[in-house]
Design a protein around this ligand. Structure first.
Ligand SMILES: [Zn+2]
Length: 447
């Protein structure tokens, strides 16, 4: 039935189907048309080689592409293969061991930002013709080296929101894509100007024509274990806490961090509502062994520096995670992704609101946002972090109990402007700043 051309047989034309899941992406890559990743397929036993380019040291090796294991979260470098930051991508060769009839090649990727979409050209070859080059590095053109160009894939769209899960299925129009022993992926960055514009590839499947359905591969990379557990606060939230890079902190985290998260994540969500907004249901917290600084949040992922935490276990460590959880609930990037005329979130409030909640509602007894007489001179309402937290607390107590809820909603919706202060309190923010400072000075016994 199948004609084995010297350079592989390719069906008339490949059909490329792309499915995308954005903010609703859950582990497992479940799409409408593109079938989910398989555990047993021709790629599982194949040999993957890096024909061109370098893998990023923060990612997994090529093994991750055909181990049947999937990432459990949207930004999990260790469960994905991606090319080195700053590079121009590269080529991945797949040797199936023998020429076989291929029904479809399916590729899966997942990342919250520009590293989600897939951009590549797929080539195939039976590998039997004279002049066949098994590993054509750039700039060699595979199609003049014994390969057939099967499809060009580009899942980027004009939409601002490119993050999420992508499933791509390249199949033959009449059932079979062709007969191949070798496949070659020529992979490009999604944004050549961004050194981090390299797609997080999670899995590549090579499926026989009319392959019977099989149970999908499991999202098991980074399985639950002694140093990775899921906290489930009321409200259906799932917060994954991973201390595997700092196992010495697991016991402390269990005793101190977990109870805070269980109690406070739903509280923070309730404190900071806005119309039509649903706070993230899945959050991950990773304690990082090599991280500098204190902690940082990107989307729904919190990273904490293990070294800093160790020094602060009985002081600021738990509160710093609460501050990051507020960032997860804020999600101030949303407005500008969908509305280009949304106002930019004011930086001093982006940090002032988490510190207000932390120092005045979560741990007022620690008095961490008091302004000492020594620092009074430099205190400004928009000095950010704890100084702005102190100011917010003052305005809340003197003018408007709902101030923070209202400010948060306005910022999240891209509607913040300084005139809101006048609406809420009858005074401009500058006037409020002066009154606040005068009171601090009076309290400190100053002139
Ligand atoms: Zn912050």
């Amino acid at each position: 039935m199948v004609v084995l051309a010297s350079s592989g047989f390719a069906a008339d034309e490949a059909v490329v189907v792309v499915n995308h899941r954005g903010e609703d992406a859950a582990p497992g890559f479940r799409f409408e048309q593109v079938p989910g990743p398989r555990r047993q397929d021709a790629a599982a036993k194949a040999t993957f080689t890096l024909v061109d380019g370098r893998a990023d040291a923060n990612g997994a090796g090529l093994e991750a592409l055909h181990d049947g294991l999937l990432p459990t979260e949207e930004d999990q470098p260790s469960a994905n293969f991606f090319f080195r930051a700053g590079s121009r991508g590269g080529r991945i060769g797949v040797d199936l061991g023998a020429a076989i009839e291929v029904g479809a090649v399916n590729t899966y990727s997942w990342h919250p930002g520009g590293r989600g979409p897939q951009v590549y050209t797929l080539y195939g070859s039976a590998g039997t013709n004279a002049g066949f080059v098994a590993a054509p590095a750039r700039p060699a053109d595979p199609s003049t080296n014994g390969w057939v160009r099967l499809a060009r894939v580009d899942t980027r769209t004009a939409a601002a929101m490119m993050g999420g899960q992508y499933g791509v299925s390249i199949a033959g129009r009449g059932g079979a894509l062709g007969v191949f022993r070798h496949l070659l992926f020529d992979i490009e960055p999604t944004d050549a100007a961004d050194p981090f514009g390299h797609t997080f590839y999670s899995e590549i499947d090579v499926v026989a024509p009319n392959a019977p359905p099989e149970p999908a591969a499991e999202a098991v990379a980074g399985e639950a274990g002694p140093h990775r557990r899921t906290i489930r606060p009321e409200g259906g939230y799932e917060i994954v806490l991973d201390t595997s890079e700092a196992p010495d902190l697991t016991e402390w985290a269990e005793r101190k961090l977990v109870p805070m998260i269980e109690e406070w994540y739903p509280k923070l969500v309730a404190m900071l509502p806005s119309e039509g907004y649903t706070a993230p249901q899945r959050v991950t917290i990773n304690i990082r062994k090599d991280m500098q600084g204190v902690a940082a949040t990107s989307g729904t992922r919190i990273n904490c520096a293990a070294n800093w935490m160790r020094r602060e276990l009985n002081r600021e460590a738990v509160g710093s995670v609460l501050h990051e959880l507020v960032h997860v609930v804020q999600q101030y990037g949303r407005a500008r992704r969908t509305n280009p005329s949304a106002t930019r979130p004011p930086g001093w409030l982006v940090e002032g609101i988490p510190d207000y909640i932390r120092w005045f509602l979560y741990e007022p007894e620690s008095r961490g946002a008091e302004i000492s007489a020594r620092n009074l001179e430099r205190a400004r309402y928009d000095a950010s972090y704890r100084v702005s937290a102190n100011f917010l607390n003052w305005v809340v107590n003197h003018y408007d109990k709902d101030l923070v809820r209202k400010l948060n909603a306005a910022i999240r919706e891209g509607k913040y402007s300084e005139s809101l202060w006048k609406d809420y309190t009858g005074h401009t923010v500058e006037e409020l700043g002066e009154k606040w400072k005068a009171e601090l000075v009076a309290k400190a016994g100053g002139s």
